[in-house]
Design a protein around this ligand. Structure first.
Ligand code: ASC
Length: 150
C-alpha cells in the first residue's frame, strides 16, 4: 500500500512537471528564455519611455507598435521562472521561489500596466502615454527592488 501511494505520488508529480520539462530541455534555457523576453520588452518599452521623456522624437506609429510588442513580451518571462533556476547566469533572487505569490502579484500588475500603455499608445495621446509609462515603470521597479539582485 505504501509502495502504491509512493508510485501514485511520483506519477502525479511527473505529470504536473511535464509541461515545464517539455518546454525547457535544461535550466539554462529557462533562464535565457525569460531574459530574452525581458530584453525584448525593455527595448520596446524603453523606446516609448524615451518618447514620453522627450529623449526620442514622438512618432505615434512607432510608439503604438513598440507598446504592442512590449505588451506581448510582458506575458512571456513568467514561464521561465522554473524551480531551481535561481542558480546560474541570473539576477533572479531565490525569494522568487519562496515568496511566489508576491512575485506573481507584481507580474500581474506589470502586465496590466503594460496593457494600459498599449491602449494609450494606440490612442496616440502623448499625455496618456506619459502617465502609462510612469505607472508601468513603477511596476517594473517595485518588482526589481524586491526580487532582482543588483
Ligand atoms: C526598462 C527596463 C527596466 C524598466 C525600469 C522602469 O526599460 O529595462 O527595468 O524599464 O527601468 O523604471
Amino acid at each position: 500500500m505504501k509502495k502504491l501511494t509512493a508510485c501514485l505520488l511520483t506519477a502525479i508529480t511527473l505529470t504536473m512537471a511535464a509541461p515545464v520539462m517539455a518546454q525547457f530541455s535544461k535550466p539554462e534555457n529557462a533562464i535565457k528564455y525569460r531574459q530574452s523576453a525581458m530584453f525584448m520588452m525593455s527595448q520596446n518599452f524603453g523606446r516609448v519611455a524615451g518618447m514620453a521623456a522627450g529623449r526620442i522624437p514622438f512618432d505615434a506609429k512607432v510608439a503604438a507598435d513598440s507598446a504592442a510588442v512590449a505588451e506581448l513580451m510582458s506575458k512571456l518571462p513568467w514561464a521561465g521562472f522554473v524551480a531551481g533556476t535561481d542558480l546560474g547566469k541570473t539576477k533572479a533572487k531565490p525569494e522568487i521561489w519562496t515568496n511566489r505569490a508576491k512575485f506573481d502579484d507584481y507580474a500581474k500588475k506589470m502586465q496590466a500596466e503594460m496593457s494600459q500603455l498599449a491602449v494609450a499608445a494606440k490612442s496616440g495621446n502623448l499625455d496618456s502615454i506619459k502617465l502609462a509609462v510612469k505607472a508601468t515603470g513603477a511596476a517594473c521597479e517595485s518588482c526589481h527592488d524586491d526580487f532582482q539582485l543588483n
